[in-house]
Design a protein around this ligand. Sequence first.
Ligand code: MG
Length: 347
Amino acid sequence: MLRSYAAAGLLTPAAVDHDSGYRYYAPGQVPHATLIGHLRRAGVPLTRIASFLDAPATAFLDQLERDLDREVQLRRKGLDAVRQQLASATPKLPSSTDCSATPGGRDMPKLTAGGMRDIGSVRASNQDTFLIDEKKGLFVVADGMGSDGELASGVAVEALRATITAAPTVEGLVEACRAANLAVWRRTSRKDKTSGTTLAAIGVVAADDDCRLAVVHVGDSRAYRLHGGELHPLTQDHSVTGDLVRAGALTEQAARSHPQRSMLTRALGIGPDADPEVADVSHEHGDRYLLCTDGLFNELEDRQIRDVLLAELDPAAAAEKLTRLANAHGGHDNTAVIVIDQSERVS
Ligand code: MG
């Protein structure tokens, strides 16, 4: 080690034995050698150490730290890119029907949708996200939480899209949801074990010789059906208050102001296993569906949501108006909203 310092001109021996070539160092050179050792341990090349020793200054160390941060960021980006590549290469689950063989094929409900995500008026970051994939018949909202919440909701939605085929079976939709859970768990668990995401999705699924709609959800992101001019919930929140409402111990109205209304009992990415809830969705020509995160329904009453869905015919315009209305009511949280129309049934 000392020999390499000497070879680089950083530490001149106090004496050199002419016969053996052995180098001798004076006790007073120990602090100098130790300093060089620390810089080497910090990964500083010998040439840069020489510059520092010529003119020692903390500005040099500050620059080294900035370089280090930049390098770590670059390395992390590289690792993240590889993880994303691996996630998108996850084997596709088989589809058991031919209703997706041709886009808009036999009995495929024709769905058109518009969506929007918004940071709201209070939060510093937007951890909500949404996905519209009309070709696959897949519509998803997700609400991330924890320090990696934005990453969690994004990973969940992308993993769901990457895993399912167009019109999977109901089981395929649930399995894709579990794959999304695992993807979030793997991406976030090392950094923060409390980061995760809710998710609510409506998908076209295969059933026997037909296709129908199914809703899958984890947490308190919701799905609604607008049918006959009325708004019907398709999901029940996986939350402390949601469980109390289900048990008849709390009314929907009382749950709206309950202090534990945001405390979830299920979420994606907080453990290696997930428990998605899936249900069939009744659907008729002219029905409209809504997927949203709690940033919407905590600000607006169901009747306000219904009135917008009845008044705004274009799904994208309806999603935007709902979001703006939530912000006008305080915008205390992020929102993600998707409005889906079943415009016709192709046969
Ligand atoms: Mg939220």
